[in-house]
Ligand binder design. Structure first.
Ligand SMILES: Nc1ncnc2c1ncn2[C@@H]1O[C@H](COP(=O)(O)OP(=O)(O)OP(=O)(O)O)[C@@H](O)[C@H]1O
Ligand SMILES: [Mg+2]
Length: 644
């Protein structure tokens, strides 16, 4: 077993000794909730540095402090004038893995790190992080994590295709060979060296959830260990996780659609005695349409908590952060070792916030995620803490003014971040007062607000008549494609930045236009957009707005529209002949005409539609003839939308 000790040997906290046997975070600074809180040293910043301890590893990260941190006389981080300019050499690195005996100095304060390993393993050495997959741990290659081939038999479960992948492994569809029931088998590879004892503790803690049934919880059917891999068998949900469902719906949901999901999630969180999920995020909320019902179930209930209790969660440079930490309240880092019910309230509210606005509650988090995706690096907890320390959640009405006031108040309250004075105050009652005590109380408040505004949560099957379709299902829809004409030339001429701004302006147009309520799906195609609407008239309104926006921005666009049957793919995208046809019509030229209709049409700023679309939409359309579409044998009748 490994142990880490941090001893303060000089400064106002001289004599303090912190001992860690399991993962922990240590915040050093003047902040009220800092673990090592300094009050009278002008060299210490509020959030000075963070230690991510995962015995025997300790990662020190400067949190953008003014003066930086010295480890054995080498400086890490700092905002000091002159540091990191040409004359003074490169910017000091921000993070370093500490080694046994390292001395950490900030102002008057001196800390010594002692690392002990009792299992005859080598102690870690001090080294700078390279920010990428620089894992000093088990060395399990990330791509091979938990990968099993289909047709494998795990106990009585016969694995089929992979249906998803998370930070610890993969999820497969499987059949219970005894009953023929479809299940989901999830593999988990903890990225720590673990003892049999820890593994047993994990299994025992997770098994407490076996057989637990609740309509809003994805039931745990079995849990096993094979060598380094744990497998959990859960109820299979035929639908999408909320992350993909949101993408499918154009990034956010309207309130009517979101309410049943929110109420289900909170009912699920209220269900278990302990009420701790600890890993709530859109990926762990599974949305399905039973008939036309939208139902949400929480997956992985109990698993993360069981890992945490058994010390199996690897805290340093863990892929977990990229998804989950965006939904964490501040105290998940500053009071890392403790679990509070109001922290679950915050995480649920953060998911709801994103669902209703298309934004994460805190500014800066999405940028951090995008940056990590772009560079392939894994942000550490310290980077998240820097955002959390600087930015409180933005009030929800600033992101979406259409949310009814009482509902907005409830969500903002659930996202409150009170200051907790470490050592003087007990966190739980403070968090409970600032937010809601638990998911149940949050649910009651939300329900009351919804009813106050006269929005009846949809309860019966008939209420969901326009509802939800499963993968493979065919639906009738209005399809729209926008091409930013000559987008490559646009980038070459005006630069990527200009192009990004243009794309963003069109994107927010789709998101905020009144046609949005009928928007079913939206994605950027690289040189434009592909959108799906339930109704042709709303799609046409959006197309007209696109043409107006193009004029305003002085860019050229081509729009094509179609109406017909399309199939929902399992990743939430849409497939089918009508989609292909749409993309062919977008680039149509006069020379593609097969009929001898003498009407010509513009090369850009145009909306071309099929006959089936024109029949569904209220507008004036001019028949421009029959056209040959590449890949289609029969010619297609195309019409031009004419502004009155
Ligand atoms: N019971 C299930 N039924 C259907 N699909 C599932 C089920 N469980 C998971 N999935 C799918 O598999 C994906 C990967 O799940 P997994 O739990 O491995 O990753 P994650 O949720 O992103 O991360 P974490 O390990 O933190 O929960 C999910 O996002 C979801 O789409
Ligand atoms: Mg999951």
């Amino acid at each position: 077993m490994a142990k880490v000790e941090i001893a303060v040997i000089q400064g106002e906290l001289k004599g303090l000794l912190l001992v860690f046997l399991r993962p922990q975070c240590v915040l050093f600074g003047r902040a009220a909730d800092a673990t090592i809180r300094i009050t009278d040293d002008p060299f210490v910043s509020r959030h000075h540095f963070l230690l991510e301890v995962s015995p025997p590893f300790v990662l020190l990260s400067d949190l953008g402090s003014k003066n930086g941190v010295f480890v054995n006389d080498t400086r890490y981080g700092s905002r000091e004038p002159g540091a990191g300019n040409e004359r003074n050499g490169p910017v000091p690195p921000k993070s370093v893995f500490l080694a046994n005996g390292d001395r950490v100095v900030v102002g008057q304060n001196r800390l010594v790190v002692n690392i002990m390993e009792t299992e005859n393993r080598a102690l870690p050495v001090r080294r700078k992080t390279s920010a990428k997959w620089n894992l000093p741990f088990t060395g399990v290659p990330s791509t091979a994590m938990g990968e099993l081939s289909s047709e494998t038999l795990i106990g009585p479960y016969h694995l089929g295709q992979e249906i998803g992948r998370g930070w610890m492994g993969a999820v497969y569809q499987a059949i219970d060979t005894r009953s023929g029931v479809l299940v989901a088998v999830k593999t988990m590879v903890p990225n720590v060296v673990f003892s049999d004892e820890a593994a047993e503790s994990f299994l025992a803690n997770a098994r407490r959830f076996l057989g637990f049934e609740h309509p809003s919880v994805c039931g745990l059917i079995d849990i096993r260990r094979t060598g380094n891999i744990f497998t959990s068998v859960q109820e299979f949900v035929d639908g999408f996780d909320l992350f993909r469902f949101l993408a499918l719906r154009g990034g956010k949901l309207n309130l009517e659609e979101a309410i049943p999901i929110m109420l289900d999630v909170l009912a699920g969180l209220s269900a278990e005695d302990q009420k701790f999920h600890r890993n709530l995020k859109p990926q762990n909320i599974l949305v399905s349409g039973q008939g036309k019902w939208i139902r949400a179930k929480i997956s992985d209930f109990g698993l993360y908590r069981a890992m945490e209790i058994s010390g199996l969660t690897q805290m340093i440079l863990s892929g977990l952060y990229a998804d989950s930490v965006c939904y964490w309240p501040r105290e998940r880092i500053t009071f890392f070792e403790q679990a509070f019910a109001p922290s679950e309230v915050f995480s649920a509210a953060a998911v709801f916030y994103e669902m209703l606005t298309g934004f994460l509650p805190r500014e800066g988090l999405r940028e951090l995620k995008n940056e990590s995706r772009r560079t392939g690096s894994i942000p550490g907890l310290a980077e998240f803490l820097r955002v959390i320390a600087e930015r409180k959640p933005t009030p929800i009405l600033e992101r979406n003014p259409e949310i009814p006031k009482r509902v907005a108040e409830v969500i903002d309250k659930a996202l409150s971040e009170p200051i907790i004075r470490r050592g003087q105050e007990i966190p739980e009652p403070i968090l409970s007062t600032a937010r809601y005590r638990d998911a149940e109380t949050f649910r009651e408040a939300l329900l009351e607000a919804v009813e106050f505004h006269g929005i009846a949560p949809k309860k019966t099957e008939a209420d969901f008549s326009e509802g939800f379709e499963a993968p493979g299902e065919k639906i009738d829809a209005a399809l729209l494609v926008v091409d930013l004409e000559g987008s490559t030339q646009l980038v070459n001429k005006n630069g990527t930045h200009f192009f990004t701004e243009i794309v963003n302006s069109f994107h927010s147009l789709f998101q905020n236009h009144e046609s949005r309520k009928e928007l079913r799906f939206l994605k950027c195609t690289g040189d434009g957009f592909f959108a799906i609407y339930r109704q042709a008239n709303e799609a046409l309104q959006a197309a007209r707005a696109v043409i107006a926006e193009a004029k305003r921005n002085d860019v050229q666009v081509r729009v094509a529209m179609n109406f017909g049957k399309i199939t929902i793919a399992s990743d939430g995208d849409f497939l089918g002949r009508e989609v292909h046809k749409l993309f062919r019509i977008e680039g149509l030229k006069n020379s593609d005409r097969v009929s001898d209709t003498p009407v010509s049409f513009p090369t850009h700023g145009r909306i071309l539609v099929t006959r089936s679309f024109a029949e569904k939409a209220a507008g004036k359309f001019l028949d421009i003839g029959l056209f040959r579409l590449k890949g289609f044998e029969e010619p297609c009748e195309v019409l031009l939308f004419c502004e009155q």
